[in-house]
Design a protein around this ligand. Structure first.
Ligand code: NI
Length: 185
C-alpha cells in the first residue's frame, strides 16, 4: 500500500467523467487500499474520489462516521473507519442544506455550498455486494461532493458564477503565495 499524490486544481483530470468499474479485479483492490492509506495519512481528510489521484474510474472512499452526532466520545479513540464505494450513484435526494466544504484538490479553500439535505446512494462494496445508504446532513453532503468528482464536477461549479469567479481568484492568489514562499531566496 502507498500514499498517493493528490491532484490539485486546475489539473484537467478533475474535469473528466470517470468510467464505471465492470470488474473488481486486483487493480481495483490495490487502488482501494492506496486511496484508504492516502485518506488515513491526513487527519483532516474525510473523502477522496479516484479522479483526485489521477484515475478516471468510478470509485470513492469516505469516512462517514466523522461527524456522526450519535457517536460517543470513547469512539474518538477508535481506528478511523473508511468505506470504499464502487460505482456510487445518487438514486434520490431531498431537502436543502448549506454546508461549508473543503476539497483536497483545493488546499486551504473553504466555502458554503448548497446541496440536498438527504440522499439515498447505491453502489458496490469491495467484495461486489450491493450497498444502499440513506444519509443526511454531513454524510449526504460528503457523498454528493465525492460523486460529483466522478462526473468531473467540482465544488466551485456548485456556486453562482459571481462567487465562483471570486473563489477562483482567491485560490490563484493563494497558490501563487505558496509558490513564492517555496522559492529559494
Ligand atoms: Ni473534493
Amino acid at each position: 500500500m502507498s500514499v498517493l499524490n493528490i491532484v490539485k486544481f486546475p489539473a484537467p483530470v478533475l474535469k473528466e467523467k470517470a468510467e464505471p468499474i465492470v470488474e473488481i479485479d486486483e487493480d481495483v483492490q490495490a487502488l482501494i487500499d492506496d486511496m484508504i492509506e492516502t485518506i488515513l495519512a491526513d487527519e483532516k481528510s474525510v473523502g477522496l474520489a479516484a479522479n483526485q489521484v489521477g484515475v478516471t474510474r468510478r470509485l470513492i472512499v469516505v469516512e462517514l462516521q466523522r461527524y456522526d452526532e450519535n457517536r460517543n466520545e470513547d469512539e474518538e479513540e477508535k481506528v478511523r473507519e473508511i468505506t470504499a464505494i464502487i460505482n456510487p450513484e445518487i438514486v434520490s435526494s431531498e431537502g436543502e442544506i448549506i454546508y461549508e466544504e473543503g476539497c483536497l484538490s483545493f488546499p486551504g479553500l473553504h466555502f458554503d455550498v448548497k446541496r440536498a439535505e438527504a440522499v439515498k446512494v447505491t453502489g458496490l462494496d469491495r467484495e461486489g455486494n450491493a450497498i444502499e445508504l440513506d444519509l443526511n446532513g454531513f454524510g449526504a453532503v460528503l457523498l454528493q461532493h465525492e460523486i460529483d468528482h466522478l462526473d468531473g464536477i467540482l465544488f466551485i461549479d456548485r456556486v453562482s458564477w459571481v462567487k465562483r469567479d471570486l473563489i477562483k481568484r482567491k485560490y490563484k492568489r493563494m497558490m501563487q503565495e505558496r509558490e513564492d514562499e517555496n522559492k529559494p531566496a
